[in-house]
Design a protein. Structure first.
Length: 324
């Protein structure tokens, strides 16, 4: 009489293996049933009400922080609408009177209408922007794409100048420009930028150009293009975010520059906006605080507009150059 139990190639009965698998499954079910109700309970998710409360609290905190940051600007705006005798006497930013005469008097309070000083600042700013865009982009292309002797030490020296305070070099610069007869002109404020002295913008553009694939350069070189044509027709059109960032920062820094303009501009006819605002304060006589605050509000408007319309280029330029 033959045995009905089959054997596997390894020699173990198939029936015994099935019984072992059934025993393992039974043990697993027993272990699962031994879990407590706390172990089997799913994690509680936040309700829509809780999420709405958290979002409301977060926005309230952000609004309070924003108010704290813009409080000086609001105080200056309110002060420009108060009489001179009430500016420092009335606390807070609540208006009891509207003194629009501050804007009229402030516009004509100095030796020239305030539009004269706005025009002087515009000349310096736009010349500086043009010089920085041309000179810094060409220097950045040289550091990013060309191979020349002492390239690495020169780039390192250029980066070191970023950490050099302007107060260290202002005296040698003044002596040089005085010997050239450039003091009390706009040349000391513009000519250095033609020589690519703003190392920060060179570094920013170098980082951007390094992110552009060199395959584009090779393709243009195969078509017979040299470095000049590659720079103007291939690299420069792709550098719009970096150029926009340079434009915005140059505008802001030059428009607000007080120290350099105070050193090199000595005549009221050549004053820019920061120097004109300083002229409202007289340490030996009566200061026109209302007119100064009114003209300060007017001088802030160009900065506000250029940042408002250029912020998307600024964010894109900073994000694509690795200087986040």
């Amino acid at each position: 009489m033959t045995d009905s139990t089959t054997t596997t190639p390894s020699g173990a009965p198939a029936k015994s293996r099935a019984e072992a698998q059934k025993a393992d499954a039974t043990a697993a079910l027993a272990g699962a049933s031994s879990l407590t109700s706390e172990d089997r309970a799913p994690m509680k998710s936040t309700t829509p009400t809780q999420r709405a409360v958290k979002a409301t609290v977060k926005h309230i905190l952000m609004i309070l922080a924003s108010l704290a940051m813009i409080y000086p600007l609001l105080w200056m705006l309110v002060s420009s609408l108060r009489p001179n005798e009430a500016i420092f006497r009335e606390p807070g930013i609540l208006l009891t009177t509207l003194e629009f005469n501050n804007y009229v008097q402030g516009w004509n309070a100095l030796s020239h209408p305030f539009s004269h000083f706005l025009w002087n600042s515009a000349i310096v700013v736009f010349a500086s922007i043009l010089a920085n865009l041309i000179a810094c982009s060409m220097a950045a292309y040289a550091f990013a794409r060309l191979d020349f002797k002492f390239k690495v030490p020169m780039f390192a020296a250029m980066l070191l100048t970023i950490m050099l305070p302007v107060h260290v070099v202002i005296i040698p610069q003044y002596i040089l420009f005085s010997n050239l007869g450039w003091v009390n002109t706009f040349l000391p404020l513009i000519v250095p930028k033609i020589l690519a002295t703003d190392s920060f913008f060179i570094f920013l553009m170098v980082q951007f150009i390094r992110g552009i694939p060199k395959d584009l350069d090779e393709a243009a070189r195969i078509d017979g293009a040299g470095h000049i044509r590659i720079f103007f027709q291939v690299i420069l059109p792709l550098m719009v975010p970096a150029l926009a960032t340079t434009t915005i920062f140059t505008f802001m820094w030059t428009w607000n520059d007080f120290f350099s303009q105070l050193i090199f501009l000595t005549s009221p006819d050549m004053y820019t906006v920061p120097l004109a605002l300083r002229a409202f304060i007289d340490s030996t006589g009566e200061s026109n605080w209302g007119g100064m605050f009114a003209m300060s509000i007017i001088s802030i408007l160009p900065l506000f507009l250029i940042f408002l319309f250029g912020q998307r280029f600024l964010i894109k330029g900073m994000a694509t150059t690795g200087i986040k």
